[in-house]
Design a protein around this ligand. Structure first.
Ligand code: FES
Ligand SMILES: [Fe+2]
Length: 397
């Protein structure tokens, strides 16, 4: 994270046209998606002052299980320690800055490859050749540990924040947890751990809306789950812009409808859902980087992280009850559904790539948003509130 507070390199007033307060709303300045300077500003404005998701606790079930992620310029390790807690620590060796581990795995200790300083699963230094074995008197091993990032688990999702003064995450997401309680998200699990991949576009390009669904996906999704705009309900109970929650429901035409070749779910429904929950797909964005999709048979999530002004990390995971994962038919149906949705994913990748390319043109627009993009309008308001707050911090520095 950039420590230095900077002002927005895009004049802060230029965001007014993208702020929804009753009048027409326009898309964000294209430089938001391309400028290196704005990216640095945004790392502070958004990522240094908010809770965000970094994965699932049940992707690292055993002591010593770990995986690595990068948030902007900060490599991090997510690891389960001997007490069973999930720790998120810096992946930067506190000797001379080498990145300690890559990928995922299981380990009793974290050993830096460069000079073999060793840290335990809580990030505490346990040995440093040339210091601890030679009993150097003015070196106290207890003074050194990997910087620990503030962490909370919500419904099985691991959230972190770099801001020590932010209110607890449970304050922000308490209502949403209750509203989605029938899905029992903390008990759901994916058959494979989340895999994040690098893409060549700004993280905000991933922000979800369904204005495009019946157009871009008309011949793919639309064939499996018919979707006139009237079936998109953007006024759901999950919306709470101040808490960074933007949502819409897709209202199904029959119970257990889903975008598959049969038009219905391919796995058993989650036990305990209401009829209404089985007749809708709920899309809930937990800004800045998590999209939860609650369906009759599973909960999917999409997660993204910033990598650069024009680069990001992105991953998708489908979570099911243990009873579904145990079925003999699970794998076959899972593969089938992936195949059914393959074209939809290709179309999204095509659109994300094309949008980033267009944003880099000197002809990139500030286009008028429609009334079918409330989810984007709400997200823009949330982002602009963050930008304005950061600008104020810079002004009072
Ligand atoms: S940089 Fe890690 S041990 Fe030296
Ligand atoms: Fe899409």
């Amino acid at each position: 994270m950039t420590a230095k507070i900077i002002k927005s390199p895009i004049p802060i007033e230029s965001f007014d046209a993208s702020y929804s307060d009753g009048g027409p709303v326009y898309s964000m300045p294209p430089e938001c998606f391309t400028s290196e300077d704005f990216y640095q500003f945004e790392l502070n404005a958004v990522w240094a002052h908010e809770w965000f998701c970094v994965g699932r606790a049940n992707d690292i079930p055993k002591t010593g299980d770990y995986y690595t992620i990068e948030v902007g310029e900060d490599p991090l390790i997510v690891i389960r320690d001997r007490s069973g807690s999930v720790n998120v620590v810096s992946n930067v060796c506190q000797h001379r800055g080498m990145v300690i581990v890559e990928g995922r795995g299981n380990t009793r200790r974290l050993t830096c490859p460069l000079h073999a300083w060793v840290y335990n699963t809580s990030g505490e230094l346990t040995s440093a050749p040339g210091l601890t074995d030679e009993k150097v008197e003015d070196f106290n091993i207890k003074d050194v540990c990997l910087p620990k990032i503030r962490t909370e688990i919500w419904q099985g999702f691991i959230f972190i924040t770099f801001d020590e003064n932010l209110p607890p995450l449970s304050d922000r997401l308490g209502n949403l947890g209750e509203q989605l309680s029938n899905y029992k998200m903390s008990e759901l699990r994916a058959s494979e751990p989340l895999k994040m991949e690098a893409f060549d576009w700004n993280w905000k390009i991933f922000n979800d809306e369904c204005y495009h669904c019946s157009f871009l996906h008309g011949g793919s999704w639309g064939e499996m789950y018919p979707l006139p705009q009237s079936n998109v309900d953007e006024m759901t109970k999950f919306n709470d812009v101040e808490r960074g929650l933007m949502s819409y429901n897709l209202i199904s035409q029959h119970i257990d409808a889903a975008p598959t070749h049969t038009g219905s779910i391919l796995q058993p429904p989650i036990e305990g859902l209401t009829d209404q929950e089985r007749e809708q797909l709920s899309y809930v964005t937990v800004a800045p980087n998590l999209l939860i999709v609650a369906m009759p048979d599973k909960v999917k999530y999409f997660m993204w992280l910033p990598k650069g002004a024009k680069e990001s990390w992105y991953g998708v995971s489908w979570m099911y009850p243990e009873s579904t994962l145990a079925l003999d038919t699970y794998e076959k149906n899972y593969q089938q559904e992936h195949d059914d949705l393959w074209q939809v994913m290709e179309e999204d990748l095509f659109a994300w790539k094309g949008s980033q390319k267009g944003m880099q043109s000197k002809y990139a627009p500030r286009g008028r948003l429609t009334s079918h993009e409330l989810v984007i309008q709400r997200l823009q308001n949330w982002l602009i509130d963050k930008y304005r707050a950061e600008e104020q911090r810079a002004d009072t520095e």
